[in-house]
Design a protein around this ligand. Structure first.
Ligand code: GLA
Length: 728
């Protein structure tokens, strides 16, 4: 296993436990050979043939490669204006208009450790293959970094472009990767949505046209998540070939799915070229974000578990650490509170099992609505005349931690910060900036703004009173311009600024837990997860809609990356009423919390909270570290069921949820997964207890009785009572 380089045949083989990724040098170019279940390396080189047809560009080395054309040659990192008319990974243009890029192989190196993409989040790895390609006339080189996380079959890639020539180059595109696959019967699956309706599943067969899964909103976005999967037709949760792809990036991105006319498919992606441009002067380099790929022949479930394992082990800090159970003030009070009301809220949380009180929006400047004060991160003297100290103190007295909301990337026009630094707001030179949620964006591409914000966090966190931060970002970025940088560089430089600030905060204050947020889940991506172990999944807290949002999110992200809160009913987003029990149970597939005014909650419900939190705490470690199996799909049926199995398979729980009660319900057998076949499990479900072999639970399935209420959730718990060896 590992990386095998055969210098004679120039074949590169990255091996995972179950997968192979193969490339070779062909006609002086780096050719993609194969990605899929494990194979023997060399054969692929003979089996992949050159294809030439009419009209195709001929390689200058025509004599050496009579059959090859860039038009069909499977690439690893495509050039530009080089006879390969598919998507270009890079477009380098000199001042006199030469944008040709004809990559030639230039050598390789094996590294002990995966080098961090400069200034960017990344999935860490050990042994790494670095392959160099060179564009001679421009003096441009690209180093392609590859690593395989063997145990979970996850492949990591990124590229570094260096200008070793004499002339500056304008990069008009600089993608992270490409891979040319045989286009054999793939469906494409992606996640789309909008605010409070994030990450709905879209799956359809690939057509002959190019598809672009992209965001140009300055954030990875509510609309489209920076992920996609190619699933063979018919591939389901447990079977079939699936290639998954994500970007470790939180800004504008594009993933291209481009069929060619010869039955091949180019999958390429990285920073969205539409809002990108970069001047690469002689001696400078540009680093792309990392792409993460995985291949599974165990269906979508296999893909998800590979991503989850890789992220928990190599991306997210403290992924397996127990998280606070918060009471958040937002849906409880919105902007309407003062010190007395907050102290009451803290008191009401004491003794319930909730261990952190989070003061959401409205605590700073002079903020009664969303139209002012962003940037003025000092307590509003009208609401909090004594500042935050009495709240922190009361939390301490009651055995709680104190947390706070902040939206560092924003500025309100009605703020002291704006009056002092109007030029810090993002704007194009000749147009007034457009507002969204009545606020403007702070230009985080500027070092002086980052320095100011580091100071804001220092003031907030240095005395140790705040132990939890909810870092929000509540709008899209509309103008792609900075008064500081050349055209095109703003969007990526903004992201580099966000990452620099996040890195500063998490390294300076390692004991503070930071939750990512972006108007709910508008920046739910692997990039943010590098800094923040959990992200507010959606502003939609309706349990019924959450089943689908959470189900789809779990396709590409670990359960512990999501947070979910129990809120009041009728739900503020959908006006739906779901029982208190179901609302809580649906959060137990994420990091749970509460977001309602406990003082106004009925006594019966209030009394349930300690039991609910206790129950969640029993599940938490399994949720954070175990294997997740999606058993019933709420997008296609009346049931939602997700099961989590501990790593040693001794314990499992499943959340079983029925959307609508009906006289026409069908018999459903929930076929569990991931258990030990021979082991006997004690099963507890909805007042019943029984014992069964893992094999029976997985093959016969559990026939759940019909529930006589809408939006009914039940917990199933399984404990292994005999070791697999004791049983036949
Ligand atoms: C966003 C967040 C909410 C809340 C509000 C406050 O919408 O997603 O949870 O913090 O901002 O303005």
């Amino acid at each position: 296993m590992g990386i095998i380089v055969n210098e004679q045949t120039a074949v590169f083989h990255l091996m995972g436990k179950h997968t192979s990724y193969l490339m070779d040098v062909h006609c002086g170019m780096l050719r993609h050979l194969y990605y899929g279940p494990r194979v023997y390396g060399e054969a692929a080189q003979m089996l992949v043939r050159d294809v030439r047809a009419g009209y195709m560009a001929e390689l200058p080395e025509e004599d050496a490669c009579p059959g090859a054309s860039p038009d069909t040659l499977p690439q690893e990192y495509s050039g530009h204006e080089n006879g390969d008319f598919r998507v270009s990974c890079v477009i380098p243009e000199s001042a006199d208009g030469d944008a040709v890029c004809r990559w030639r192989y230039d050598g390789f190196e094996l590294l002990k450790e995966y080098p961090r993409p400069e200034g960017l989040p990344y999935v860490r790895a050990d042994q790494t293959l670095a392959i160099r390609l060179r564009e001679e006339k421009h003096g441009l080189t690209v180093t392609l970094y590859y690593a395989m996380l063997e145990s979970c079959d996850v492949l990591l890639r990124h590229a570094v472009l260096s200008n070793n020539g004499q002339r500056p180059l304008e990069l008009k595109a600089a993608l992270s990767f490409c891979i040319d696959l045989p286009q054999s019967g793939w469906d494409v699956l992606s996640l789309h949505g909008r605010h409070a309706f994030e990450r709905q599943i879209d799956r359809h067969p690939l057509s002959e046209s190019t598809e672009i899964i992209a965001s140009a909103r300055g954030i990875s976005s509510h609309q489209v998540n920076p992920v996609c999967a190619l699933a063979e037709h018919g591939a389901n949760e447990t079977a079939g070939h699936v290639l998954g792809c994500t970007l470790v990036y939180s800004g504008n991105f594009a993933l291209y799915l481009q069929p060619d006319s010869f039955g091949q498919l180019r999958l390429a992606g990285g920073i969205h070229p539409d809002t990108f441009g970069w001047t690469l002067r002689p001696g400078e380099r540009f680093t792309t974000p990392q792409a993460v790929l995985t291949y599974s022949d165990k269906g979508l479930g296999g893909m998800s578990r590979s991503f989850a394992d890789a992220y928990r082990a190599r991306l997210i800090s403290g992924a397996d650490r127990c998280r606070p159970v918060v009471l958040n003030s937002w849906e409880a009070a919105y902007f309407d509170f003062d010190e007395a009301r907050l102290l009451d809220m803290i008191d009401s949380a004491a003794g319930t099992g909730i261990d952190t009180f989070v003061l959401d929006d409205g605590w700073f400047g002079c903020r009664d609505r969303d139209d002012s004060s962003l940037g003025d991160w000092t307590p509003d003297p009208r609401k909090l005349p004594r500042g935050l100290a009495p709240l922190v103190r009361r939390c301490e007295e009651k055995g709680l931690q104190f947390g706070i909301w902040i939206e560092p990337e924003m500025i309100s026009e009605n703020s002291c910060l704006y009056r002092q630094h109007p030029d810090w707001a993002v704007r194009a030179p000749h147009h007034a900036p457009m507002r969204s949620r009545r606020q403007l964006i702070l230009d985080l591409s500027r070092p002086e703004v980052i320095a100011y914000l580091k100071g804001v966090f220092d003031t907030l966190l240095a005395d140790g009173g705040v132990r939890y931060v909810k870092w929000d970002m509540n709008r899209n970025i509309i103008e792609n311009a900075s008064l500081r940088w050349p055209k095109g560089e703003f969007a990526h430089r903004f992201m580099l600024g966000v990452y620099e600030l996040a890195e500063y905060v998490v390294t300076s204050y390692p004991n503070v837990l930071i939750e990512g947020c972006c108007g709910g889940g508008g920046r739910f991506d692997a990039g943010m997860l590098y800094y923040f172990p959990q992200i507010w999944t959606s502003d939609n807290t309706d349990a019924e809609e959450r089943t689908r949002i959470q189900y789809a999110t779990s396709l590409f992200y670990p359960l512990g990356a999501m947070t979910a809160h129990v809120s009041v009913c009728p739900n503020h987003a959908t006006h739906r009423t779901v029982s208190f029990e179901s609302r809580a149970a649906v959060t137990w597939l994420c990091v749970t919390g509460y977001e309602l005014d406990l003082c106004q909650l009925g006594e019966a419900e209030r009394q349930q909270i300690p039991t609910q939190v206790e129950q969640y705490r029993r599940l938490e470690q399994t949720m954070l570290t175990g294997n997740c199996y999606r058993i019933a799909d709420p997008f296609t049926g009346n049931m939602f069921c997700v099961q989590v199995v501990s790593r040693d398979c001794r314990y499992a729980y499943a959340l079983v949820y029925q959307r609508l009660a009906s006289q026409g319900l069908k018999i459903e057998r929930l076929k569990l997964q991931g258990l030990r076949e021979e082991a006997i499990y004690h099963v507890r479900y909805d007042g019943e207890e029984f014992e069964a072999h893992g094999a029976s639970l997985m093959r016969v399935g559990v026939q759940c009785h019909w529930l006589r209420e809408d939006f009914a959730a039940r917990l199933m718990e399984l404990n292994q009572i005999s070791s697999a060896d004791d049983t036949i």
